[in-house]
Design a protein around this ligand. Structure first.
Ligand SMILES: Nc1nc2c(ncn2[C@@H]2O[C@H](COP(=O)(O)OP(=O)(O)OP(=O)(O)O)[C@@H](O)[C@H]2O)c(=O)[nH]1
Ligand SMILES: [Mg+2]
Length: 426
């Protein structure tokens, strides 16, 4: 696809009581989405109406204006800012000299473009097929002749030509595939969870999660840096990076997919497994762009977490981009702590410290081989709580105890280093 093939005109409808600033924000967001899809917005057509036109989305006069604009500017595509019905798309494409897609399809295209893993691809294809199903009739011909470009990045031409029955077969295959992937994921997750605590970065798209994670890794880890791009939805599949505390205790920072307001419900479903990672995290850091509707974005983020039943764990709220924000947002009263900073600038030590305090202090149950003469036994008595202790040999006891995660990690490290062992030292 050539970038200049994607000359886009936005068609926007300000409906009923929608406030001007809200509408302006939606325009900005749709612009960002187009940019993320690799398209260039060449014009915006807006109309204020009591409600969208049932047949053609905008009124007849506006459609004519839109049609002329598209003609003169050789536009490839019109993107509507709201979900269109299959009939609306058909009617519009009859009246306009170019293709028409809606916001949902635009988001799906971006997802498709960014999907890296097998799971991501399967989920995107599922969502695309779901979206396609009711739109097949009367559109099949157009869809099958489309080449590249946004709005066409479907599951492939041959699949687009499939009839509904074949799509259903494909979907049930994908569903089985997803179950299989989910099984593998949960094994991987369990393994990871047993090893080290997990911190999930969540929040609105473009908040700076990926930038923050990269800095985190740069400051506290040894991995290669991936810089955040100025694009929405830069992260589709969760990426887990390992970092460590000053003492060398490892923990994992997970970057999750960002979300937009009014994300159609079927898209949320498609990415449920991605966001599900947050459910298994030990700590959630909500990242908020302090300069961009911070309070409403914070509320959206919380709502999604609530929907995912992921709010039963400690939350730290981080207002990012303080370097460009005008004024400081009020602290998040629901969070354990609120911190302010910039993933691009000054030191983030306060954030790291807050996070590490949280994940290292909580209690874990450990089962280990040790001995009453071992230094670990003393530490267990001092900092933890021994629940059971059974001798298995003269030099080895099997002990179950509750202790801080931090201590448990230190022992684990020590054991890996071979600097101590379970048995009493001479
Ligand atoms: N001024 C400023 N810009 C920042 C800061 N943090 C991130 N950015 C910029 O904000 C944009 C988005 O950052 P990302 O890290 O990609 O955002 P994200 O939350 O990962 O976005 P999604 O992956 O779409 O969910 C990039 O252009 C960053 O360079 C910051 O602290 N200050
Ligand atoms: Mg990202």
């Amino acid at each position: 696809m050539q970038a200049d093939e994607n000359r886009v005109i936005l068609a926007m409808c300000q409906v009923g009581q929608e406030a001007d600033d809200r509408f302006a924000y939606r325009e900005q967001e749709l612009n960002g989405l187009c940019e993320a899809a690799g398209a260039t917005v060449i014009a915006v057509v807006m109309q204020k109406r009591a409600q969208v036109d049932g047949r053609t989305f905008l009124g007849a006069g506006k459609i004519e204006e839109l049609s002329n604009l598209a003609e003169v500017n050789e536009a490839d595509l019109v993107v509507a800012d709201r979900e269109l019905s299959p009939a609306q798309v058909r009617n519009l494409e009859r009246l306009l000299p170019c293709r028409v897609i809606d916001r949902t399809q635009l988001i799906l295209d971006i997802f498709a473009k960014r999907a890296q893993t097998r799971e991501g691809r399967v989920q995107v294809e599922m969502a695309q097929l779901n979206y396609l199903m009711p739109r097949l009739t009367g559109r099949g011909v157009e869809l099958s002749r489309l080449g590249g470009g946004i709005g066409t990045r479907g599951p492939g031409e041959t699949q687009l030509e499939m009839d509904r029955r074949r799509i259903r077969t494909r979907m049930s295959y994908l569903r089985r595939e997803l179950t299989e992937i989910e099984k593998q994921r949960s094994t991987a997750r369990k393994r990871r969870r047993r090893d080290v605590p997990v911190v999930a970065l969540v929040g609105y798209t473009n908040a700076g999660k990926t930038t923050l994670q990269s800095k985190w890794v740069r400051d506290k880890g040894r991995e290669t840096v991936v810089t955040g791009q100025n694009r929405l939805f830069d992260t589709l599949d969760p990426t887990a990076r390992q970092v460590q505390t000053k003492l060398g205790n490892p923990y994992i920072v997970i970057d999750t997919v960002g979300f937009v307001e009014d994300l159609p419900h079927h898209l949320i479903e498609a990415f449920k497994a991605t966001l599900e990672e947050t459910r298994y995290a030990d700590l959630i850091v909500i990242v908020v762009d302090a300069g961009h509707e911070p309070m409403s974005h914070l509320e959206t983020t919380r709502q999604v977490l609530r929907d995912l039943n992921a709010l039963d764990k400690p939350v730290i709220t981080f207002f990012n981009k303080m370097d460009v924000a005008e004024g400081q947002p009020a602290p998040d009263v629901h969070a354990l702590e609120t911190l302010y900073g910039s993933a691009m600038g000054e030191s983030l030590d306060a954030l790291y410290a807050a996070v590490e305090r949280q994940i290292m202090l909580d209690e874990v149950r450990v089962t280990l081989h040790t001995h009453p003469d071992d230094v670990i036994w003393d530490q267990l008595l001092r900092n933890g709580r021994i629940e059971s202790a059974d001798p298995v040999s003269p030099e080895e006891w099997l002990v179950t105890a509750v202790t801080s995660r931090r201590d448990a990690h230190i022992w684990q490290q020590q054991r890996q280093d071979g600097s101590t062992n379970d048995k009493p030292n001479s």
